[in-house]
Ligand binder design. Structure first.
Ligand code: HEC
Ligand code: HEC
Length: 213
């Protein structure tokens, strides 16, 4: 009897856990795990912690944000170019089905991000001021306003930045500044990055890299 009740409870709990996420067919989930470990792992790490600073960590990132990016990397069926341009990722996203993208986003979002530390304390302190208070004179808002004080972000729109590689963060800020990356809703990040100096980008990236969600 106890066993039956325990089983029923387990089934109920897992049914509830699954109901909280967009449904993905079991086959797509199995597919995604295979794709993640055989394909994506080469650059993002099997568990979504990449060892190459130019490749973003995907572990612990909001699934909704990861899914949006995968959709943005894929050119639309009517031949329009992908919203987010990157030669490598445009190629990676091309063969993925909608269900595979959903399952991959969930797979990486469930992995645990390995904590990192800021290497340059002085630079990180300068970054912290910009992160928390922005730069009134230049009209730069506080990053914390959208990405959270601890850099955990806010689903579905605002990605977590805590513990992300500094090099990757700087490269995205520069891409927003020169418009190479233009998939941010209402140009939110392009407007901000346009006002930032290289020094401010380096400082805030150093600070965010050392944050823990
Ligand atoms: C050959 C290396 C490589 C492989 C393999 C690869 N990626 Fe990437 N990925 C990158 C790079 C580099 C970027 C950063 C692109 C940029 O600068 O905009 C990236 C960015 C991303 C992003 C955006 C993350 C963010 O924070 O905005 C997602 C999501 C992603 N990859 C998912 C995947 C998935 C899923 C796979 C497997 C199907 C995969 N990648 C395979 C190199 C790779
Ligand atoms: C008004 C809200 C808002 C503010 C303030 C803001 N951001 Fe963002 N940021 C966003 C949104 C939305 C995205 C996701 C864009 C997308 O959908 O691709 C983003 C994405 C990013 C990314 C890309 C992350 C990735 O994984 O590729 C970086 C880096 C970033 N922001 C840095 C900053 C920094 C640094 C500041 C402070 C100087 C800042 N943001 C302030 C809204 C904001």
């Amino acid at each position: 009897m106890i066993r039956v009740v325990a089983f029923a409870l387990t089934a109920l709990v897992s049914a509830l856990a699954m109901a909280a996420e967009p449904a993905v067919p079991a086959a797509a989930n199995a597919d995604a795990a295979a794709i993640a470990t055989k394909v994506c792992a080469a650059c993002h790490g099997t568990d979504g912690n990449s060892s190459i600073p130019a490749n973003p960590n995907l572990a612990g990132q909001h699934a909704s944000y990861l899914l949006k990016q995968l959709n943005n990397f894929k050119a639309s069926a009517d031949g329009k170019p992908a919203l987010r341009q990157n030669a490598i990722m445009n190629g990676m996203a091309a063969p993925l089905s909608a269900d595979e993208m959903k399952a991959l986003a969930q797979y990486f979002s469930k992995q645990t991000l390995k904590p990192a530390v800021a290497k340059d304390e002085k630079l990180a302190t300068e970054g912290r001021a910009l992160w928390r208070a922005g730069d009134m004179k230049k009209g730069i808002p506080a990053c914390a306003g959208c990405h959270g004080v601890a850099g955990a972000g806010l689903p579905a729109q605002y990605p977590a930045l805590a513990g992300q590689h500094q090099d990757y963060l700087i490269s995205q800020l520069k891409q927003f500044r020169d418009g190479t990356r233009a998939n941010d809703p209402e140009g939110m990040m392009r407007t901000i990055a346009a006002k930032m100096t290289d020094q401010q980008m380096a400082a805030v990236a150093e600070y965010a890299a050392g944050l823990r969600q």
